[in-house]
Design a binder for this molecule. Sequence first.
Ligand code: DGJ
Length: 377
Amino acid sequence: MNGLRSLFLSAACLLALTLAAQPAEFRPGEEWPDTNGEHINAHGGAVLFHEGVYYWYGENRPDRGFTTEVGVEVYSSTDLYRWKDEGVALAVSAEEGSPIEKGCIMERPKVVYNPKTRQFVMLFHLELKGRGYEAARVGFAVSDSPTGPFRFLRSLRPNAGRWPVEFKRADVRCAEKQNPADYKDWWTPEWRTAIEKGMFTARDRKGGQMSRDMTVYVDDDGKAYHIFSSEDNLTLHLAELTDDFLDYTGRYTRIAPGGQNEAPTVFKRNGMYWLITSGCTGWAPNQARMFCAPSLWGPWKQLPSPFEGEGAERTFGGQGTYVLKVPGHTDGFVFMADVWNPSHLRRSRHIWLPIAFRADGTPFIPWRDRWTLEDLK
Ligand code: DGJ
């Protein structure tokens, strides 16, 4: 009995020491150890706040290679600084031919809670095993508990058979007239015009729109939206989800046609919607872009990158993944980004930075070596 007691006491001391060793501050771009001392392996992720606990979901990446060998990892925290690894929220399947077979690619998972169904719903970018990035699908999974296990439901390409809400009859006719075979060369002025007019929207309408980098945004009225890079990563789509968050209503809009935006992150402040994205340069960082709109349905206006100071032209080496609204702060918005390390994806670092606002409401994000939640308004 005494032996058991001292074992328990030493384990408790070890945990207390580990927690004490973890700083109660954010150190953007540095290694971020979890409560076991392992660098947090949750990439392209997002944070959900539920009943007093934060859950950080992200890609569990192997040290070598680009495919998904484990699944989506989830961590929990009560203070946003110290994270406990809760294990695999959504596991890959061992079954041959499963859409989520080990060796597929699961990216950018986002989890939202649906109060009507009391389910946690996960959407993620899914690429099928052995097919590179050509499948361009979205996966849906659900769980009754925030830490999972999530049950994979299905994968699809959104909005098959639908046109964007802004397309009038003449726009549909014009999009249908554009034929990709007529444009051997991409990036010519004629090709750009055809893309803007919806040549690829029309091309993919039957089977559904391509869906790669993505986020999910739940508005104040409880409606959820899937925002994703579509049309060969040329154009963002914002699509309304059904009340259970498990399907599409068929209403969607195109954002910045032909603008090549990836890594969308969305937040709302004082009635204005903000969208921060990246360009498309694979794993290499590039300059972020920013858009704003009075409604999710637009019109979206492009503004300069919100990042400021040295390294801002490459988003401080990071690529956005989520904007977290921190509860209890009127102006507490945190921009989360990944510093991709393609040689060792597992070791990719995390950049979390507070978003500041100018007097006219425009967001800006300067670099900080260290910061705490006290710095939020
Ligand atoms: C950039 C995307 O944002 C990432 O999620 C990942 O898909 C890489 N491209 C792959 O090159």
